[in-house]
Design a binder for this molecule. Sequence first.
Ligand SMILES: [Zn+2]
Length: 123
Amino acid sequence: MGAKTGIKAGSGERPARVPSRLKKGDTVLVIAGREKGKTGKVLRMIPEKNRATVERLNIVKRHRRGSGPQQVGGIVEKESPIDVSNLMLVCHRCNKPTRVGAKRLDDGARARTCRRCGEIIDR
Ligand SMILES: [Zn+2]
């Protein structure tokens, strides 16, 4: 996982966590920020930060110095997490960015639905 950077201790805790509308593997559209208008697949959710890494989006280039046998110098490209408020789920049926609804299935499980076409997003 690597070194943790930029974590503030103590202050700035959010009282209530919004349940995540997104999951790993979802296709999402970026609606704000540097990658606005692009779509990609969620690689990883970071719920405690309300962020997600999206495949090939928000790439940061890290210049790495070669030091030691396993550290090859050069530029490493890595997806940087995007705030989930800047992401919108793309429905696999109507192929449009949509708000996510919730529905209780017959077996009691909760599923996410597309607010546009009503399709159940979770299988
Ligand atoms: Zn839909």
